[in-house]
Design a protein around this ligand. Structure first.
Ligand code: WTA
Length: 642
């Protein structure tokens, strides 16, 4: 497929879309740019339920922003209660477990489940402003737990079930959480992933955790500590089905979600309530062109931001049917995604390039076995989608009739910022296309000046939008320094990009020391810190290496302390070590032992050179500041020994 292929929306798609044609898109964009306050206030009034109105729409004291401050709202009320009259019997959550068990939870039933669990939380003493950690498999009780927290104004923080006890502990401590909500385990590839064991290990060093609530999923044997651990179903006995939603300020924290930064310490990204809901609900309607009858499936795990915004909050706020799947895409076979689409008549399917590439590898016979005619729109998120994967997704899954919305955004942005409105914007495979209304995106140089068309630069966002990060939990200075100091007053995304002659954005990847493995963010420093905690390791440098399926893979250069080692065994051990310290998804693809690492004369490791070695297999960049050139030639030579 040519680099310059353009796919305009079909007249049929346009005729039914919410936003029809470029003129309508441009009009919305102009309105928002001309008067963003009036534009967002209008949407907030129309789309969100408020118990009390705001004092003023917007306050901007860089880097701190407030939207609709003074207004009272509640996220759970917006996601459930207000739908009860019109959609009480509509399926809110359509869940499929890995073993094939299905639960269809209507809005009415969701209301009951959330009220009951909120009453459980209340009975354990939780109140507005307290923090609860959620460490669960992809079962309906996970969104129920989030919504129950939101109902009471309790701040939740989901830790992805693939994180280790170590990582879980660091997050509980940073947040000073008083409760952990978990499960005995979940199913993945036919095996139990045990979660409670990791919780037990983590909370040993978290004296602030007074309660651990355990949902029973796999029914395996787990130890329960008297006084601290409680079964969800036992606590629920006899509680009321009713629990009023607590009106909270628009700026009340809804959740903290940890993501990798450029240091070894993850950052707790804080999102608040009113602005967040307004923007994610609107982007849901714009980008997925949502209709009442849609069956919408976002395959992300709720442990990541995509799951927060586009599995739970946006679809439920929109009154949609959101599909949740517990397990692996390749279980029991490579047709599981397509079988699930056919079984539940999914109309909108939103997934990641990594998942698509992994399935491409298995061939077209898997999708061919299932009826995919219910699909009308496809989405992609988390990393750039390469044109070959785009073409396969479009042709084999979408049968050349479903637009693909490539959505660019970040944990920090809360919702989608750059993506096509599918009934308006012509698609170019590999490009997120144009910014949504209210988003002023630019590609700039080091001094913040816009670069010419097709020149590479830093992607920045010039004006605050309602769902943007409010701060880093407990560290406002790091917040200012990370996002607003490079180019004062504007939001620095950390991504490189170029804008073509039509103004389309092409994302080129991170400019900082953050890797993107299977669409998951991972800091090189986090992996390095894990490695140097191993007794044999003297120094470590970690870089992302291009990988056919996962986008990038973790590649580690390691020097050892003096001693005799069985290198193949140590290699295996170190990969396992990182998986244990951070989580299995961080397991390095490759460990390379080196005599020394390339350093500048001031002692900084030159990751740029290592990146070049694993990417191009040679070193062409500037090496004039390098301390010992032979280090690099020796490392590059290792390539040839592979
Ligand atoms: C990358 C995930 C290209 C980007 C929602 C960003 C993308 C990081 C795209 C955020 C896309 C996300 N095209 N790159 N459509 N979407 N990225 O915080 O580098 O897990 O900065 O949020 O993923 O990852 P995060």
């Amino acid at each position: 497929m040519s680099e310059n292929a353009i796919f305009p929306p079909s007249p049929e798609f346009v005729s039914k879309a919410h936003v029809q044609g470029m003129e309508q898109y441009r009009k919305l964009y102009r309105e928002a740019a001309g008067n963003p306050e009036a534009f967002w206030a209008d949407i907030a009034k129309r789309e969100i339920h408020w118990f009390e109105p705001w004092d003023h729409v917007f306050e901007w004291n860089p880097p701190f922003v407030k939207w609709f401050a003074g207004a009272k709202t509640n996220a759970a009320y917006n996601c459930i209660d207000r739908h009860l009259e019109a959609r009480g019997d509509k399926v809110a959550i359509l869940w499929e477990g890995e073993p094939g068990d299905v639960r269809e939870i209507t809005y009415k039933e969701l209301h009951r489940l959330v009220c009951r669990f909120a009453n459980v939380l209340k009975a354990r003493g939780l109140k507005t402003g307290d923090r609860a950690i959620v460490y669960m498999p992809m079962v309906p009780e996970l969104p129920v737990a989030l919504l129950a927290c939101a109902r009471l104004g309790v701040i939740h923080s989901v830790v992805f079930g693939g994180f280790s006890a170590e990582a879980l502990k660091a997050r509980i401590q940073d947040l000073d959480a008083c409760m952990v909500i978990t499960a005995d385990g979940g199913w993945r590839r036919g095996k139990e992933v045990r979660l409670k064991d990791a919780v037990d290990e983590a909370v040993q060093e978290c004296p602030g955790v007074q309660n651990v609530i355990v949902h029973q999923r796999t029914k395996s044997q787990i130890p329960m500590r008297e006084g601290r651990d409680h079964w969800w179903h036992e606590l629920e006995e006899g509680v009321s089905d009713d629990c009023p939603a607590v009106p909270v300020d628009s700026e009340h924290p809804l959740y903290v979600l940890y993501t990798s930064g450029t240091t070894g310490q993850p950052k707790g990204i804080l999102h608040t309530t009113g602005g967040y809901l307004t923007a994610i609900l609107m982007t849901m309607k714009w980008v997925f062109d949502l209709r009442e009858e849609d069956v919408y499936w976002c395959t992300a795990d709720i442990g990541w931001v995509t799951g927060h915004s586009y599995v739970v909050y946006a679809p439920l706020a929109a009154g949609a049917t959101t599909v949740m799947y517990e397990g692996a895409p390749d279980y029991p076979d490579y047709g599981r995604f397509w079988q699930t689409v056919a079984k539940h008549k999914v109309s909108i399917f939103y997934s990641s390039p990594t998942a698509i590439r992994a399935l491409i590898k298995q061939g077209e016979k898997w999708p061919a076995m299932h009826d995919l005619s219910s699909l009308r729109l496809l989405g992609s998120v988390g990393e750039p989608i390469n044109p070959a994967a785009w073409e396969w997704y479009y042709r084999v899954i979408g049968k050349n009739r479903c637009p693909i919305v490539d959505t660019w955004w970040q944990t920090e942005t809360g919702g989608i910022l750059i993506a096509p409105m599918p009934g308006a914007v012509p698609l170019k495979p590999g490009s997120g296309t144009l910014p949504l209304p209210g988003i002023i995106a630019e590609v700039v140089d080091f001094s913040g000046n816009p670069v010419a068309a097709n020149q590479e630069g830093f992607l920045i966002i010039k004006r605050p939008w309602p769902s943007m990060i409010r701060t880093i939990w407990g560290d406002p200075e790091r917040f200012q320094q990370q996002y607003f100091s490079r180019i004062p007053g504007v939001y620095f995304t950390g991504d490189a990009a170029r804008q073509d002659e039509d103004g389309y954005f092409w994302i080129l990847g991170r400019v900082d020391d953050v890797m993107n493995v299977s669409g998951h963010r991972l800091s090189t420093m986090e992996v390095e810190s894990a490695l140097v905690r191993h007794p044999a390791v003297a120094e470590a440098a970690v870089v992302g290496k291009p990988h056919e399926i996962t986008g990038q893979a973790v590649c580690c250069f390691v020097t050892l302390k003096a001693g005799d080692y069985d290198l193949p065994a140590l290699n295996k051990e170190l990969r396992q070590w990182v998986a244990h310290e951070i989580g299995a998804f961080a397991r390095p693809e490759e460990i390379r032992f080196a005599e020394a690492l390339p350093k500048t004369r001031s002692g900084k490791i030159m990751r740029r050179l290592l990146r070049e070695i694993v990417t191009t297999r040679t070193v062409t960049g500037d090496v004039t500041t390098l301390e010992d050139l032979t280090v690099v030639t020796r490392l590059a030579a290792q390539n040839d020994e592979e």
